[in-house]
Design a binder for this molecule. Structure first.
Ligand code: KIV
Ligand code: NA
Length: 275
C-alpha cells in the first residue's frame, strides 16, 4: 500500500471516514504501526515524558525531534508521519521556518505540528507558504502547561469562543488539520462541524474527524501519569515485568538457557583447544 499523504487524509475526511493517529518515537514501534490500520504517526514531543523521563514536554529540542523522526521513518512506510516542533523552536517566525525545514529535511517527516491558535496563525501562514504542511494544535497545549495549567479548556462561553476562534484562525492560515486537546466534547463537535479541515481529538469527545493517542497510554507502558482520555487497551509494562521475572527465575533455576539456545562443538576440537 502506498504511503498516506496530506491529500489522502483529506480524501478520507471528505468521505466522512474517521481515522486514527498514534505517537511513535523509534524504529520498532513505527514498524508495528506500519503493520496496523492506523493512518498517521505523530512523532510527538510527548517523547520528553515517555521516552526521556522529564515531567513535561518543555526540555525537548529540535535535535531530539530529528533523532526520533529518523528512527521512525526507517520503520514507517505506509502511515503519514508528522513531527512536533518543540517548545521555543517556533516562537520567532524565522526560527519556525528553520526548525520545520530541519525536521523535514534531516528527519524526513511529511508535516509538522505546532501548538497555538490565532497568535501563531501568521507563523503557520509562513510555513505553509514555504511548502510545509502544518497540523495545528489548540485547546490544551502542553507546551504552555506552566501558563495555563493542565486542565480542560473552554468550559465557559468566553473561553470556548476563543478555542473556536483559534481553530478557525489556524484553518484560515492554511493548516491542513488541527488537534483538539482537552476540550469539552460538545465544543469539539461544534468546532468539527464548522471547520472544513479535519479535527483530531484527544480528550475532546467522539465527534472529531479523527483521534490521536499516545503509544504508551494505548499499550499501558507509562505509569507516571495516566490521563482520563487514555484508551488503555493493553498493559504491556505489567506483561514486561512478568516476562523479566520469568527470565530471572529461569536463569536462577537453570531452566534457561537450554541445549536449544546453545551451540555444540566436536569433542575432539575442544580437547585439542584445551590440550
Ligand atoms: O506530543 C504528543 O503526543 C501530542 C499528542 C498528544 C497530540 O502532541
Ligand atoms: Na505534542
Amino acid at each position: 500500500q502506498r504511503r498516506f499523504t496530506v491529500d489522502t487524509i483529506a480524501k478520507l475526511h471528505a468521505a466522512g471516514e474517521r481515522f486514527t493517529m498514534v505517537t511513535a518515537y523509534d524504529f520498532t514501534s513505527a514498524r508495528i504501526v506500519d503493520r496496523s490500520e492506523v493512518e498517521l504517526i505523530l512523532v510527538g514531543d510527548s517523547l520528553g515524558m515517555v521516552m526521556q523521563g522529564h515531567d513535561s514536554t518543555l526540555p525537548v529540542t529540535v535535535d531530539d525531534m530529528i533523532y526520533h523522526t529518523r528512527m521512525v521513518m526507517r520503520g514507517a512506510h505506509r502511515p503519514l508521519v508528522v513531527t512536533d516542533l518543540p517548545f521555543g523552536s517556533y516562537t520567532i517566525e524565522d526560527d519556525a521556518i528553520r526548525a520545520a525545514t530541519r525536521v523535514m529535511a534531516e528527519g524526513g517527516s511529511q508535516a509538522v505540528k505546532l501548538e497555538g491558535g490565532a497568535q501563531i496563525a501568521p507563523t503557520i501562514r509562513r510555513l505553509v507558504d514555504a511548502g510545509i504542511p502544518v497540523m495545528a494544535h489548540v485547546g490544551f497545549t502542553p507546551q504552555s502547561v506552566h501558563a495555563i495549567g493542565m486542565r480542560t479548556q473552554g468550559r465557559q462561553a468566553d473561553q470556548a469562543r476563543r478555542v473556536l476562534e483559534d481553530a478557525l484562525a489556524v484553518q484560515d492560515a492554511g493548516a491542513w488539520a488541527v488537534v483538539l486537546e482537552l476540550i469539552p466534547a460538545p465544543l469539539a463537535a461544534a468546532i468539527t462541524e464548522r471547520l472544513e479541515i479535519p479535527t483530531i481529538g484527544i480528550g475532546a469527545g467522539p465527534d472529531c474527524s479523527g483521534q490521536v493517542q499516545v503509544w504508551h497510554d494505548l499499550l499501558g507502558l507509562y505509569d507516571e501519569f495516566v490521563p482520563r482520555h487514555a484508551h488503555r487497551l493493553r498493559t504491556f509494562a505489567d506483561d514486561a515485568v512478568a516476562a523479566l521475572d520469568q527470565y530471572a527465575g529461569d536463569v536462577r533455576e537453570g531452566a534457561f538457557p537450554t541445549a536449544e539456545n546453545s551451540s555444540t562443538m566436536d569433542a575432539g576440537e575442544l580437547a585439542r583447544a584445551l590440550g
